[in-house]
Design a protein around this ligand. Structure first.
Ligand code: AMP
Ligand code: GLY
Length: 414
């Protein structure tokens, strides 16, 4: 069988790696992929949003299953186009993906169906938005309505910051923003609960938690994620049950009710507040870097699992009890400004960890940095403490002058 994965980062490398262990899968393609993942797949030189070309490629290769990693492809209607062409694909339609691609849509849906989330209002006008912020007080959260590569959320702590953010978004239209959602600041432990969904059937994955800030102790700017771990000992089982009952299942049912049933991976970015779990955001695909630490714990054959889901068969997910930690190595200066093309040496010397390439290239047989987030190194051990010890021990062997990483992934987070 042949699988096509859409996207280019660590998430897609991890998916290709997992499919490479499937007894039925013999060819794996990733579009566009990155050079460093070619140990387990072939890269295809088509962008994730070039939908027509992707349909033609999938037809020409007789691809049996396509998995969408990247949200921009969902927004571009890849699932609608593949289904139209009778090609098997897992992911939501453009209409169902609105749960991620429009913060406004997601908030309205949650309000209508009583799904717990931060209180909010939506604005297109700068003066009205600023007036609202002043009446509410600080901290308060300003979110760009549309996709913004993880950079569309700002927590503002005073009037000066509010003026700056609202000027950038509603006047200068940074990230093509026309609308902002302004919401209550929630406090608590954040965690990621993903689920395979088909209509109103919801099958949760184990929990994972990512670390969004660039530097140790959660300091510095928000990033695409500097590391992740699983399981998440801080979140008890009854909270997961509550999150399923009050958030994940109602969301899937609401989308059925709204005549845009969801098929694919629903990602709940949740926070455990004093009054229970609430939604920070929904995504419509696997979390990155969360899936890089979850797939090494998943015992099922991913190809069989996804096909069973698409066929409407009940699925059971089986997990390894061990703990995983993934530490991201990013280019110095990320997420703002960074160099590319710096050689990375000694990767082969790392033992008993898995390396997923997030942004690398190969020139004259030398692996080089080619993005903000470059590699994620994942360890799997009996406990989180052992996994952390192992991953940091191995990372030290990597020789590259332009990479940095956080030293506290999975720390105090058992
Ligand atoms: P998002 O891009 O929606 O995941 O938001 C990025 C980060 O901003 C989240 O992981 C949270 O840490 C923070 N955040 C977003 N919304 C809120 C909120 N309502 N209250 C507190 N923190 C938030
Ligand atoms: N780790 C957050 C995301 O995938 O959006």
């Amino acid at each position: 069988m042949k699988v096509l994965i859409i996207g280019s980062g660590g998430r897609e490398h991890a998916l290709a790696w997992k499919f490479s262990q499937s007894k039925d899968v013999h060819e794996i393609y990733v579009a566009p992929g990155n050079c460093g993942m070619q140990d387990v797949c072939q890269c295809v030189d088509i962008k994730a949003t070039e939908i027509k070309k992707l349909v033609d490629f999938a037809k020409s290769k007789a691809i049996d299953l396509t998995v969408v990693g990247l949200e921009q492809a969902l927004e571009s209607g890849i699932v609608d186009a593949f289904k139209e062409a009778n090609l098997r694909i897992i992911g939501p339609t453009k209409e169902a993906a609105l749960i991620e691609t429009s913060k406004y849509y997601a908030k309205e849906l949650m309000k209508k169906y009583n799904i717990p989330t931060a209180s909010y209002q939506t604005f297109t006008d700068y003066e009205e938005a600023l007036h609202y912020v002043k009446t509410k007080g600080y901290p308060i959260v300003i979110k760009v309505d549309n996709l913004a590569a993880g950079k569309g959320v700002t927590i503002v702590n005073n009037e000066e910051e509010a003026v700056k953010t609202l000027d950038e978004t509603l006047r200068k239209h940074k990230f093509d923003c026309k609308k902002v959602v302004i919401e209550e600041f929630l406090e608590g432990i954040e965690f990621s609960l993903m689920a395979f969904v088909k209509g109103d059937k919801v099958y949760p994955l184990e929990l994972a938690k990512d670390h969004k800030r660039a530097f140790d102790h959660d300091l510095g700017p928000n990033t695409g994620g500097m590391g992740a771990f699983s399981p998440v000992g801080q979140i008890p089982k009854h909270i997961i049950d509550e999150a399923m009952e009050k958030i994940m299942i109602p969301c899937a049912k609401a989308l059925v009710e709204e005549k845009r049933p969801f098929e694919g991976i629903l990602y709940g970015g949740l926070i455990l507040t004093k009054t229970g779990p609430k939604v920070i955001e929904f995504n419509a695909r696997f979390g990155d870097p969360e899936i890089e630490v979850l797939l090494p714990r998943l015992k099922n054959d991913l190809f069989v699992l996804i096909n069973d889901l698409l066929d409407g068969k009940p699925i059971t997910l089986n997990w390894d009890d061990k703990s995983t930690i993934g530490v991201v190595l990013a280019s110095k200066g990320y997420p703002v400004k960074y160099e590319k093309g710096v050689p990375i040496k000694n990767l082969k010397q790392l033992k008993d960890v898995t390396i997923f390439h997030m942004g690398t290239t190969i020139e004259e047989n030398i692996i080089k940095t080619n993005g903000g987030r470059v590699l994620i190194v994942v360890s799997k051990e009996e406990s989180i403490d052992k996994a952390r010890e192992k991953v940091y021990e191995e990372i030290k062997k990597i020789d590259c002058e332009n990479l940095f990483y956080r030293n506290d992934i999975g720390k105090n987070n058992k």
